[in-house]
Design a protein around this ligand. Structure first.
Ligand SMILES: CCCCCCCCCC(=O)SCCNC(=O)CCNC(=O)[C@H](O)C(C)(C)COP(=O)(O)OP(=O)(O)OC[C@H]1O[C@@H](n2cnc3c(N)ncnc32)[C@H](O)[C@@H]1OP(=O)(O)O
Length: 163
């Protein structure tokens, strides 16, 4: 199912100066380029780990899983804030979020090879804070769950607008 307000990934709406994130920035040549969309009331992204994302042979590195939860969580937070206001993602004034808290539980080893599905469920939307519950699954097996508290981008982290 697609969202009526967007047929783009949330991260496609980030402006160039905010597109350098290792996890989801389209301008980072070394990054993961995670792309997240709505699926009804949930958010979803898929990512296929590569052999260099190994923890132990055959299993995905936990830090990668945390990164997927982190960036899908903050992207979902931004999308949820826009949806709560009935606005198209990326429209001005911008609603940008960074991670205040990232919690991950590794429920079972995550196999390296199949694509992973990251799902987000919006738990709370306030003006400056959004809480998202997340899961990471290989096929129909949930391998990790997580929780992201996302807070509006502080002025201290905001890059200067392009000249
Ligand atoms: C920007 C978009 C495009 C780029 C995408 C990048 C996404 C990538 C995700 C990341 O990795 S971001 C990098 C990692 N994060 C940081 O470096 C953030 C560093 N921390 C901060 O700058 C501040 O601590 C932060 C802005 C997160 C919060 O400081 P504030 O002083 O603005 O928070 P405040 O005390 O006003 O709290 C606001 C709400 O957040 C809650 N909160 C703050 N920190 C929390 C925490 N650590 N755990 C749980 N809740 C927290 C706080 O309880 C409160 O909730 P309530 O409104 O319900 O009362």
């Amino acid at each position: 199912m697609t969202d009526l307000l967007t047929d783009h990934a949330f991260q496609d709406t980030y402006p160039e100066e905010l597109s350098h994130c290792y996890g989801c920035g389209s301008s980072n040549p070394h990054g993961l380029h995670l792309r997240s969309t709505w699926d009804g009331d949930e958010t979803v992204a898929t990512f296929t780990p590569q052999p260099y994302h190994t923890a132990l042979p055959g299993f995905v590195y936990g830090g990668l899983i945390a990164s997927l939860i982190d960036c899908h969580g903050t992207g979902s937070a931004s999308a949820a804030a826009y949806r709560a206001e009935g606005r198209a993602p990326g429209s001005d004034p911008a609603l940008r979020f960074v991670t205040a808290s990232l919690h991950v539980d590794f429920l079972r080893p995550t196999p390296l090879g199949p694509p992973l599905t990251v799902r987000g469920r919006i738990e709370e939307v306030k003006e400056r804070k959004v809480v998202v519950s997340l899961s990471v699954a290989a096929g129909d097996q949930i391998c990790a769950t997580g929780r992201v508290v996302a807070v509006r981008l502080p002025a201290s982290m905001a890059p200067p607008p392009p000249a």
